[in-house]
Design a protein around this ligand. Structure first.
Ligand code: NAD
Ligand code: 3PG
Length: 624
């Protein structure tokens, strides 16, 4: 709050006063800017994370599940009031029941995008299937209240992930519960197409008996190319092998040994499409797969090839497919998905006599719908409880054991960020933040992403209207031009303890408390975890020892008798409760730093009286 003297301790004085508690034998440094540093996992990669009750409690999050395997970090739904969950598409009853136990559930189906935008600012979570477009406008209309979007299924191409991340909104999906249903539907379409089941059925219902017209083709011994060898693709492969087909697959990211294990050979894209009698599509819709089945690629296919699509309509250029059907390159197609859903009534593929269509039914079995509903309800509840579900698609995953170990350091990191920010004076703004971790662990054994996110939170949140979490921390830092670098100092101690010290350095800034500027000219605050509680261990070049709770008054004074009593009396007379006090000095009767923890925020007048004590050279009041 106030600063009376500019003072920088002489290096020798400062260092002599400071216990150097580690032997730095090696250091390494990494820098990152924004979210490039670690991309979220997509595809079939296993996403594992864990719940930590400790972090949840520290951050004021409520826990309701007993054994969730999820990690903490989103944000609480706020206060004791029940959160509100909007379910915008039909969800299995078991999932709805779980949600209702925890939240107010609003099931509003068939909302227009305007209706959705109007409702969303009253909702903490939104649960969708593939029919709801969760656009940037939706996130913006939520005005920060929307904490989680739950996609009750696999494909997240209907959710604007970038906008979700920018708005700190977690997106979770239910990636496993409908795999078998989709694979079974793929096989159903494959066999139905090969034997003209749908066409023959329609013909009979029209009163005809056309045995010669509907002669089919056999599957046994035919080449099936699976395009996208993930969860659904590999289940289709297993089943097709059971039908006696020869199965090959193309997937640039699939491990060859997993394919070999089920007797499938991974081949190039061109080899797959040019040798196949049947092609079954199972890749996600991404910018690189959009319209990947186009005129050029249809031209490479065997004449008379048959195509099944239970993935996403957008991977096929639908006009090109019509041309390929008309010119006989493609003999038949069976489609469950379309570029636009529902497709127009006169859509040429839907009307084509060689095309079998279903209205996006891949995941629509009773079993799969109950499964995804439970999977997504658990993920959404976990996220609203401040956990990050194992199926998060827009946040970096922190392994379970790492997270539970780092729990107390999460709070320490945020508090150090907050402290450092409050020590900044002048109007220059913060550009560079360096976080230094001192640890006996090798850098590979120390995952600091969550700590970095929390330092960012501590620095950004108090001075902005955004809230920062693991989902958006890197994005927010980048957006604000805040360059965050991390450095590891190896401490020759016990690797059992993940971290000995965390330091936050702010370069090229002035400080309202000159003593916070270290010998290197940066604001430096350092802390450690003692008995599970975050402690401040140094400010600038001064050692202190205070637990980071409540508020903090830092005073630099000339060491002399009676100082503690004088400051304590002023606080006591004004009903400000002191929770702890620590004094460290450079040498007897020289400069000392007094750190006083107070429960209440002292009035300005009280701070003024402290500042007027003649021996006090400067002081600052900090909110933790
Ligand atoms: N019709 C339905 O109702 C229904 C049901 C479930 C899933 N799906 C869709 O099926 C698709 C697959 O789902 P999943 O659960 O198997 O997902 P998945 O993530 O397990 O598998 C997708 C696979 O595609 C691969 N891939 C990515 N880019 C590729 C490319 N350019 N070429 C080839 N392969 C590529 C990935 O490496 C991954 O192995 C998704 O689009 C999903 O939305 C549809
Ligand atoms: O990606 C998926 O999970 C499927 O396409 C299912 O979509 P749905 O939930 O809209 O049936």
């Amino acid at each position: 709050m106030a600063s009376r003297a500019t003072f920088a301790p002489k290096p020798s004085e400062a260092i002599s006063s400071r216990v150097v508690p580690f032997r730095a034998t090696a250091s390494s440094s990494i820098s990152f800017e924004g979210s490039q540093s670690r991309a979220p996992f997509f595809g079939q990669a296993l996403r594992l994370a864990v719940y930590s009750p400790k972090i949840s409690a520290l951050c004021g999050w409520r826990r309701i599940r007993r054994d969730p395997r999820t990690i903490v970090m989103v944000a609480s739904a706020g206060g004791a009031a029940k959160p509100t969950v909007l379910v915008s598409e039909k969800l299995g009853e078991a999932g709805l029941e779980l949600l209702r136990e925890f939240a107010n559930v609003d099931c509003s189906y068939n909302l227009t995008s305007e209706d959705l935008c109007a409702k969303i600012s009253l909702c903490d979570a939104l649960v969708v299937r593939s029919g709801t477009k969760v656009t940037r406008e939706v996130f913006e209309a939520s005005k920060g209240r929307l904490k989680v979007v739950g996609r009750a299924g696999v494909g997240i191409d209907n959710v604007d992930l970038q906008a979700a991340t920018e708005n700190g909104c977690l997106v979770v999906n239910a990636p496993t519960a409908n795999t078998v249903a989709a694979a079974e539907h793929g096989i159903a379409l494959l066999t139905a197409m090969a034997r003209n089941v749908a066409q023959a059925d329609a013909s009979m219902k029209a009163g005809k008996w056309q045995r010669n017209k509907y002669v089919g083709v056999s599957l046994v011994g035919k080449n099936l190319a699976i395009m996208g060898f993930g969860k659904v693709g590999s289940e289709v492969a297993r089943r097709a092998k059971g039908l006696g087909m020869h199965v090959i697959a193309h997937d640039p990211y699939a491990p060859a040994d997993r394919a070999r294990a089920i007797g499938v050979e991974l081949v190039s894209f061109d080899e797959a499409i040019s040798t196949a009698d049947f092609i079954s599509l199972h890749m996600p819709l991404t910018p690189s797969t959009s319209k990947i089945f186009n005129d050029d690629n249809f031209a490479k296919m065997k004449k008379g090839v048959r195509i099944i699509n239970v993935a996403r309509g957008g991977v096929i250029d639908e006009d090109a497919l019509v041309r390929a059907l008309d010119n006989g390159i493609v003999a038949q197609a069976a489609l469950d998905v379309f570029t636009e859903e529902p497709p127009a009534k006169d859509n040429r593929l839907v009307q084509h006599e060689n095309v079998t269509v279903t209205p996006h039914l891949g995941a629509s079995t009773t079993e799969a719908q109950e499964g995804v509903a439970i999977e997504i309800a658990e993920a959404v509840i976990g996220a609203l409880n401040g956990e990050l579900a194992a199926t998060a698609v827009n946040a970096p995953m922190v392994p379970s054991e790492v997270l539970s170990e780092l729990a107390p350091y999460v709070l320490l990191s945020e508090k150090l960020g907050r402290l450092a920010l409050q020590l900044v004076g002048g109007g220059g703004g913060i550009k560079g933040v360096k976080i230094v971790y001192t640890s006996a662990r090798s850098p590979d054994d120390l995952d600091t992403r969550i700590l970095r996110a929390m330092v960012t939170k501590g620095i950004v949140e108090p001075v902005s209207s955004v809230f920062v979490n693991l989902v958006n921390a890197d994005y927010i830092a980048k957006q604000r031009g805040l360059r965050i670098s991390e450095e590891r100092i190896f401490h020759d101690g016990s690797p059992e303890i993940p971290l000995d010290f965390i330091q936050v350095h702010l370069a090229n800034v002035e400080s309202k408390f000159a003593s916070a500027i270290s010998d290197s000219g940066e604001i430096v605050v350092e802390g450690r975890v003692k008995d599970g509680i975050p402690h401040l261990t140094s400010v600038g070049s001064y050692s202190v020892d205070v637990s980071l709770e409540g508020n903090l008054l830092l005073c630099r004074q000339i060491d002399q008798p009676g100082m503690i009593g004088r400051v304590g009396s002023i606080l006591g007379e004004n009903n400000v409760n002191v929770s702890f006090m620590s004094v460290s000095r450079t040498a007897p009767r020289k400069q000392a730093i007094m750190a006083i923890g107070v429960d209440e925020e002292p009035e300005k007048d009280v701070l003024r009286k402290i500042g007027e004590i003649p021996a006090i050279e400067e002081f600052v009041f900090l909110k933790l």
